[in-house]
Design a protein around this ligand. Structure first.
Ligand code: IPE
Ligand code: IPE
Ligand code: MG
Length: 238
């Protein structure tokens, strides 16, 4: 579907790309291949987001809790980060996509950190879709960092505690300058946030498609967007 088919579109979509492990199991494949398959449909989802003129897309790729997985699986995911950017960065840059990494890059291996830093730097002046990729990301970690920065600013006399507003706090987050998440999609039937964009999802609409992430295609995305357009958003009003 195209932009004119939707009576309303979100300004910011968040996606928790879940179900790669179950997809691999279903197909009797190693879990790493499930994760790899999960980057194939991603290309189409990003293209469609861009074509629809949705301003921002945030993807949950690796949480601060995902370090608990086996060393083999973590290594496969880390390798996938390198492969993903190597194969996609040219098209993304050409499409004027501006990439922002949400999460603590310092906690990643050097190669990954450099790859992500270069992708952000190369696309920093692009004016199209804001593509946020959450890697080593935790919503609580993000808020703790914001609290620390504001406490340090207060101690140094750069801000008074009463000057700390919602806008000031939002300005300390990795998503600074971007709208709140309007629509949050989590695939695979799981219905939880798993520490993703806690602040930014305060008034998000949630949609939980049953499909596993590697099976989630543009038609499923359109269905979620159409369901979003039918929601009655009240923001506390009548
Ligand atoms: C989501 O797929 C991708 C990451 C967490 C990196 P999972 O690996 O969590 O898939 P399931 O939940 O085990 O099916
Ligand atoms: C959330 O999925 C993280 C990502 C999709 C990157 P998980 O599969 O890790 O979440 P839980 O453990 O089921 O809550
Ligand atoms: Mg999962």
């Amino acid at each position: 579907m195209q932009r004119s088919d939707f009576p309303a579109l979100p300004a910011h979509v968040g996606i928790i790309m879940d179900g790669n492990g179950r997809w691999a199991k279903q197909h009797k494949l190693a879990v790493a291949l499930g994760h790899r398959q999960g980057t194939e449909n991603l290309r189409e989802i990003i293209r469609h987001t861009d074509d629809l003129g949705i301003g921002a897309l945030s993807l949950y790729a690796f949480s601060t809790e995902n370090w608990r997985r086996s060393p083999e699986e973590v290594a496969a995911l880390m390798q996938l980060i390198l492969d993903y950017f190597a194969s996609e960065i040219d098209e993304l840059d050409e499409k004027q996509v501006r990439i922002t990494i949400l999460g603590d890059k310092e906690g990643l291996p050097e190669k990954q950190r450099e790859t992500l830093r270069r992708a952000e730097e190369r696309t920093a002046d692009n004016t199209g879709l804001r593509l946020n990729i959450a890697i080593n990301y935790g919503g609580r970690d993000e808020l703790v960092r914001a609290a620390r920065q504001l406490a340090a600013a207060a101690r140094e006399g750069r801000i008074r505690p009463e000057e700390i507003t919602e806008e000031v706090l939002a300005g300390q987050l990795w998503t600074r300058g971007q709208p709140d998440v309007d629509l949050l999609i989590r695939t695979s039937g799981e219905m939880r946030l798993s520490n993703f964009l806690l602040w930014q999802c305060a008034y998000a609409e949630f949609i939980f498609p049953e499909k596993l992430w590697p099976d989630f295609g543009v038609a499923d995305y359109d269905a979620a967007l159409a369901a979003y357009a039918r929601r009655n958003r009240r923001f506390g009003g009548r």
